[in-house]
Design a protein around this ligand. Structure first.
Ligand code: UD1
Length: 447
């Protein structure tokens, strides 16, 4: 077990911005949940399927969304933000080759391969490669596109897919996924929407973002049945038209907010959220001792006094989401008793353990499992968020810690949380964004 460091230790990387979180404050009030990042990204890619304009509402202001907008524009599309809406115009799509830098910096932009192929009969998209949390292969996407009649080659790190024949139209087919990949299900649903004939995707992902994509595609004129089950049927149509569509609330942001209430032993209302999207998380929150109070206006108030440990394992939906594993571990680090957390989706997603140990958490790992002995108090320290959700986990830990915690890794955090510190400060937290030149002295922290 690594001993806790104090916030007087030098920052891990003095060239970068960080959040300075002053811990130990009780929170109260309401946190508003933005639109779902993972939905919005794939819904944006779906605009490649139509020449008509698509208006997406409830799109969060995130750097990942900007990255996907850059990708669409690099292909000839136009994206305009109007408040929380995006106007997407796919009439000018005239390129089929996605730039390496954009796919490399935003993995989800690989999912453009499906709609590009369906609309243009051709796509060249660099392999996204692995990322901090694991190797993240895309062979299920490739296998499925081949089943729809595409000829696919992978050379020099680029996936080239083309539809043979004069019609350049994919053909419906039966696809059985080896694992229920969210991205592959989405890629293939988009590809099949314009294919000739019927496609059946078996062992499909059940995630709410898959259903959200199906709902948008149906609003554009697609014929899709079974989204949200393991068997999705798509009857291809000749063309898809424009639509006006609102993205679902972000279940991972909502879960993070509920955990902010739990870890500070406070009471917070979180809205809007769809409880069915969070069933495994809500059940675990109740098991650790939180009290949940649902209201008729799409909100949920979580109150926490005592929190006790438990065991959890990440699983595909409707199981416990891997994206809330790190944030939930921050809570368990402060719970009474012992807990066991097993990460079963991504092979390298326990890197936050070492950072929580820096804050005095008592955790040891074996393989993909973390064994946690709750401590009465975490202590503030400089910590590094090693991926998007690990960064959020560090902010949560900082809220509960004694003293101040400097959270580095904001380039990850800003990809998935819109104005996290602003939202948390509005309910009583004290978090200051510091650039290397900012002197975050006591006056800034008192804000
Ligand atoms: C999506 C989410 C991500 C979330 C993940 C799992 C987006 C933009 N991202 O990622 O936040 O953590 O779902 O809920 O929506 N796999 C293969 N072969 C493949 C594809 C996937 O083996 O061809 C494996 C992966 O290595 C992983 C598992 O399947 O172990 C789940 O991955 P997948 O569902 O594809 O995740 P993403 O769609 O990339």
């Amino acid at each position: 077990m690594t001993a806790a460091l104090t916030s007087s230790e030098p920052p891990l990387d003095s060239d970068r911005s960080f959040l300075r979180v002053l811990g130990g404050r009780s929170l109260s009030g309401e946190l508003r949940v933005s639109g779902a990042k993972n939905s919005a990204l794939v819904l944006m890619a779906a605009c490649l399927l139509s020449r008509d304009a698509i208006r997406l509402r409830n799109v969060p202001a995130l750097t990942d969304i900007d990255g996907m907008a850059d990708m669409l524009e690099s292909l000839g599309g136009r994206v305009q933000r109007l408040g929380d809406a995006l106007e997407l115009d796919g009439s000018g799509i005239n390129r089929t080759e996605a730039p390496y830098e954009l796919v490399n910096s935003l993995r989800a932009s690989f999912f453009c391969i499906g709609p590009l192929l369906a609309r243009m009969g051709m796509a060249r998209v660099p392999l996204p490669g692995g990322c901090k949390i694991g190797s993240r292969p895309v062979e299920e996407h490739v296998k499925g596109l081949k089943a729809l009649g595409a000829q696919v080659t992978i050379e020099h790190g680029v996936v080239t897919a083309a539809v043979p024949g004069p019609s350049r139209r994919l053909k419906g087919g039966r696809i059985v996924l080896d694992c229920p990949s969210v991205g592959a299900t989405e890629t293939l649903m988009m590809a099949a929407a314009l294919a000739d004939g019927e496609t059946l995707i078996e062992n499909a992902a059940l995630e709410p973002e898959v259903v959200d994509l199906a709902d948008l595609l149906v609003a554009m004129g697609a014929r899709i049945r079974g989204a949200g089950t393991a068997s999705i049927t798509i009857a291809g149509v000749d063309r898809l038209h424009g639509a006006d569509y609102a993205v679902i609330p972000d279940r991972i942001e909502a879960g993070t907010f509920l955990l902010a209430a739990a870890i500070t032993r406070s009471s917070l209302r979180v809205a809007p959220l769809i409880p069915e999207h969070l069933c495994a998380v809500l059940s675990k929150l109740e098991q650790v001792g939180c009290v949940l109070d649902y209201d008729d206006d799409g909100g949920l108030t979580l109150s926490a006094e005592r929190v006790t440990g438990l065991d959890l394992r990440t699983q595909p939906f409707p199981g416990f989401p891997t994206d809330l594993q790190a944030p939930f571990m921050s809570l368990l680090a402060t719970a009474e008793g012992t807990s066991m957390v097993t990460e079963s989706i991504f092979e390298n997603r326990l890197q936050h353990v070492a950072e929580l140990q820096r804050m005095g958490a008592c955790i040891r790992t074996q393989g993909h499992t973390a064994f946690i002995e709750g401590v009465a108090r975490l202590s503030g320290a400089p910590v590094q968020g090693t991926d998007l959700r690990a960064s959020a986990a560090m902010v949560l830990a900082g809220l509960a810690a004694e003293g101040s915690t400097d959270v580095y890794g904001l380039e990850y955090l800003d990809r998935g949380y819109a104005n996290l510190e602003g939202k948390l400060n509005a309910v009583g937290a004290s978090i200051v964004r510091c650039s290397p030149t900012t002197k975050a002295g006591p006056s800034a922290l008192a804000a």
